[in-house]
Design a protein around this ligand. Structure first.
Ligand code: UDP
Length: 339
């Protein structure tokens, strides 16, 4: 018991660097770290993250914000003093733009990760946790475990996977203590409201606000393993402070939900749009490994999570409004290359 308390105290004092900490998942991890009295430095280039995600922390002296790209970070900055843990979320997402501009994805998601690994190596951190993507599995058999064959279907998926491979290369060659979490479908408040077409929640919430039908892909029976963002953040925290090193964990609720059920919960009219090539009918994380290793459990049910998003719906009032025609135009490359 005494030992546990001492360990707890040590963790309280430790300092985190969170890249992408102004973004969707990163800002929720930031909140958790603040709640647990950690000091932290956030690095974010604000390309998709927003300062307003951190607005509520602006008086907090334990939190330092640096607007910078991971590619341009250098160790001589004194903010890096005494960093114990790095959690690396920064990167670019979305499928369609990655088909259009693959090299931008490689630069950001692969070279950006390598630069952070170099920093981790020189800082001699206790842990480097990488935010990986379940898209590495391609059209997977479900439930999907960590030993499933790897088959990235588009450049975004490849870039995230190469980032993960780099982490394990730095572990093998330089002994940087890495862990990686392959996220399935994270959702929750602060999910991105701007930019490219993607992430179903942003699309549907804006459609609901505008009294327009939900653009349901296919017949809506496809399922996704949605996990509420606070549960995601909790998993990353645990993956950092654990003694376990060199592991990969799949992260999902383990209860896939259909898009039709989602629209039922949101409430509103629907219109159906064509199924996209290469889209899985079901994503479903076999989450038994992370549950066992990190004593992690999802705490927020899908129904509660959707309710929280509805309470927050006004955050989507400036989001782009998508409809059948604009989606068709936006996904042209998808239909061309991913068939
Ligand atoms: N989806 C939908 N309408 C949209 C956008 C997405 O029905 O306008 C569905 C899509 O078919 C998928 C789910 O929502 O089954 C999640 O899509 P998202 O792009 O968020 O994630 P991913 O497909 O990459 O898992």
């Amino acid at each position: 018991m005494l030992k546990d308390l001492r360990k707890l105290k040590l963790n309280k004092m430790s300092k985190f660097l969170v890249t992408g900490g102004a973004g969707f998942i990163g800002s929720h991890l930031t909140d958790l770290l603040v709640k647990n009295n950690h000091e932290l430095v956030i690095v974010d280039n604000l390309s998709t993250g927003h300062k307003k995600n951190l607005e509520h922390l602006k008086e907090n002296t334990n939190v330092l914000f640096l607007e910078k790209d991971c590619l341009n970070l250098h160790l001589n900055d004194k903010i890096f003093k005494n960093i114990d843990y790095i959690v690396h979320f920064a990167g670019i997402g979305d499928i369609v733009p990655s088909i259009e501009n693959p090299s931008k994805y490689m630069t950001n998601n692969v070279n950006g990760t390598i630069n952070m690994l170099e920093i981790a190596r020189k800082l001699n951190v206790k842990k480097f946790v990488y935010a990986a993507s379940s898209s590495c599995y391609g059209l997977a058999t479900v439930p999907t475990n960590e030993d499933h064959e790897i088959s990235p279907m588009y450049p975004y998926a490849l870039s995230k996977y190469l980032g993960e491979m780099s982490c394990f290369h730095w572990y093998k060659v330089y002994g940087v203590p890495v862990n990686s979490i392959r996220i399935f479908n994270a959702y929750g408040t602060r999910v991105r409201t701007t930019g490219a077409y993607g992430a179903v929640f942003g699309v549907f919430l804006k459609q609901k606000l505008s009294n327009k039908p939900f653009t349901v892909v296919g017949d809506g029976s496809q399922k996704r393993d949605f996990l509420y963002v606070e549960d995601v953040a909790d998993a990353f925290y645990k993956a950092a402070i654990t003694k376990i090193v060199g592991e990969i964990w799949n992260l999902g609720a383990g209860y896939p939900q259909s898009i039709n059920y989602l629209t039922d919960l949101l409430g509103g009219k629907k219109e159906y749009i064509p199924k996209r090539p290469g889209e899985p009918d079901c994503t479903w994380a076999d989450n038994s490994k992370i549950k066992k290793d990190l004593k992690w459990q999802p705490k927020i049910s899908f129904e509660d999570g959707v309710k929280r998003m509805l309470e927050d719906i006004n955050n989507w009032k400036d989001a782009p409004l998508w409809d059948r025609d604009s989606i068709k135009k936006e996904t042209e490359l998808w239909f061309k290359y991913l068939k």
